[in-house]
Design a protein around this ligand. Structure first.
Ligand code: BGC
Length: 235
């Protein structure tokens, strides 16, 4: 399963609350295609989201295997939660169904976990948060992932969760200024809790950050969500 250069090509897919994105990576995780995006269908039930992935895949040329970042808890390829998509995802065997549809091996992990795998240095305590429709989080110790850390649904302040305070709905309702002030408080609170060496902030709304960030806080580009796809096959 190699191309003419002897390299395995991985289709990396990021399912988000507002967009489904895809690109092909070479064996080192370097992009081989432009990142393509389609709007997440609404209602975002499994069948229509899988159709959207198939459309993206067909436009990406050859690939040998597929990595998917999913916005919910994922265990052994099965999606267990999907608060920003649809309840039909609870207990859905995404890895098997997509594998049958694309006729390729498929691995699935949480979207923030995948983003983190593409962003971290692999040393010390590294925390990743993603700011998009939802609030994603991923924790790594010396490069080893603590999977499915759902910080977004934990209480942050004023009886609201991180996602309620910092998700896209809150950004749209309260505006960038207030959202940035909240984010500053969240960063301070997370530093105290995790004493991380680095915090990485990604996701589609990270471009709205307008703060003087501490030196150990780094913004990561939108493409990072897909670059982590290669790490799913590292065993
Ligand atoms: C989900 C997480 C996901 C995050 C970002 C949250 O609502 O529970 O699993 O990582 O949104 O998509």
């Amino acid at each position: 399963m190699v191309d003419e250069n002897g390299s395995i090509r991985t289709l990396s897919v990021d399912i988000g609350g507002s967009g489904v994105k895809a690109m092909v990576l070479d064996i080192t995780g370097t992009p081989l295609t432009e990142r393509a995006r389609v709007d997440t269908p609404s209602p975002a039930k499994p069948e229509v989201v899988i159709n959207a992935i198939a459309v993206l895949a067909a436009a990406q040329g050859d690939f040998h295997r597929v990595s998917v970042g999913f916005p919910g808890v994922v265990r052994c390829g099965v999606t267990e939660t999907a608060v920003n998509l649809h309840s039909d995802w609870v207990g859905f065997d995404l890895a098997s169904v997509l594998s049958q549809r694309l006729n390729k091996p498929v691995r699935v992990i949480n979207d923030a976990d995948m983003q983190g795998l593409g962003a971290i240095a692999g040393k010390g305590v590294e925390l990743v948060i993603t700011l998009g429709t939802g609030f994603g989080s991923a924790l790594f110790v010396d490069g080893k992932l603590v999977p499915n850390m759902e910080m977004g649904h934990h209480q942050f302040r004023k009886k609201q969760t991180y996602e309620e305070q910092l998700g896209r709905a809150a950004l749209q309702k309260h505006g960038e200024k207030k959202w940035n002030r909240r984010l500053e408080k969240a960063i301070a609170s997370l530093q105290h809790l995790f004493n991380y060496d680095y915090l990485y902030i990604g996701g589609g709304e990270a471009v709205k950050i307008n703060l003087q960030l501490p030196l150990n806080v780094k913004l990561v580009s939108n493409v990072t969500g897909l670059l982590g796809g290669i790490a799913l096959w590292r065993d």
